[in-house]
Design a protein around this ligand. Structure first.
Ligand SMILES: [Mn+2]
Length: 326
């Protein structure tokens, strides 16, 4: 059985507390290695976003990597691992980097880079990049599915066919981004955007909205598990949204995730407990659970303890409250 854990973003202390709460115990291995294992053989599935923002990015990377190495966890790729690789990887076609080196992109990974430099381990950066590149982008078994931001059956089937599996092939990275000279979108660009960054809809008119980092955006993240056509924008957004005038969504270009589909777990959306009616995590819908409750913004790190149920329950969420912030 599995425990699915949300976005960690460099908060190793919170991760240790959550693993402890879930009953995972420290296990020493050969040399200086270690893992965390569960006495009943449970495994963790991490939804991705291990790095950036928090104080202990390298520690989180090592802990997650070790748990995967010793068979105690499966770790998926988040958009932050994807971006981190693209920031460092050269485009074989134009010789530039896959992700532009401008200030906004640098700032996103700054904490992780500082942490790597402080660590002094020889070629730690190279080692992390290699590990990130090999991460799978989704998980599926007979009972449920996990992906970082959104599940789209057609997209995932298509990628699975092209890639012969759930990892980005070595020679396909430049097809996952927009070539910034020609502005041409790579063959896998849209697909990777949807599954790692979520469905987005353009805001009607000339309005822009501020995102989690204070950047103004023309797009907002939409509830991909609902038919949002005909809904006011404030209701269609994943997070409660305050907009002066509330335009109606006139068109969408996707099919909502079916209620008859397998349960799916995601992270990514920076949900906040204070906006929730229940004061604790709750399901988005009967078969969609989001596990990202903004640990990097004084929120909580959240898990779902899955025990084979076909119907997800709000009681399945597990978390440890942070000690009082100063
Ligand atoms: Mn994310």
């Amino acid at each position: 059985m599995y425990d699915i854990i949300g976005d960690i973003h460099g908060y190793a202390y919170e991760l240790l507390r959550l693993l402890n709460h879930l009953g995972y115990v420290y296990e020493k291995k050969e040399k200086d290695n270690y893992t965390f294992s569960h006495p009943e053989g449970r495994q963790v599935i991490f939804v991705g976003d291990y790095i950036d923002r928090g104080p202990q990015n390298v520690q989180v990377y090592k802990l997650v990597r070790n748990m995967v190495h010793y068979g105690n966890a499966i770790a998926l790729m988040g958009n932050h691992e994807f971006n981190f690789v693209c920031y460092h990887e050269r485009d074989t076609k134009n010789g530039g980097y896959l992700r532009r080196h401008h200030l906004k992109n640098y700032k996103q990974i700054e904490e992780t880079l500082l942490d790597i430099n402080r660590n002094k381990q020889k070629d730690l950066l190279g080692e992390m990049l290699e590990w990130f590149k090999g991460l799978p982008l989704w998980f599926e078994n007979d009972d449920f599915r996990v992906v970082h931001a959104s599940w789209d059956e057609g997209i995932i089937e298509g990628l699975n066919k092209s890639w012969q599996g759930n990892r980005i092939p070595k020679d396909a990275w430049s097809e996952c981004v927009v070539d910034y000279n020609s502005k041409k979108k790579g063959a896998f660009y849209e697909a990777v955007e949807v599954i790692l960054k979520g469905r987005e809809i353009e805001i009607p008119g000339d309005k822009k909205l501020s995102d989690a980092d204070g950047n103004l955006r023309k797009n907002f993240r939409v509830k991909w598990w609902e038919e949002v056509k005909g809904m006011p924008l404030s209701k269609a957004a994943v997070k409660p949204l305050v907009v002066p005038e509330d335009p109606i969504i006139e068109n969408t270009d996707f099919k909502p995730y079916g209620q008859d589909q397998k349960p799916v777990f995601v992270g990514h959306y920076w949900l906040e407990i204070k906006n929730e009616k229940e004061k604790s995590p709750r399901l988005r819908t009967s078969n969609v659970a989001c596990l990202d409750y903004s640990v990097a913004k004084r929120g909580i790190l959240v898990a779902y303890r899955y025990s084979g149920e076909q119907q997800l329950q709000n009681e399945g969420f597990e978390f440890v409250l942070c000690p009082e912030w100063p």
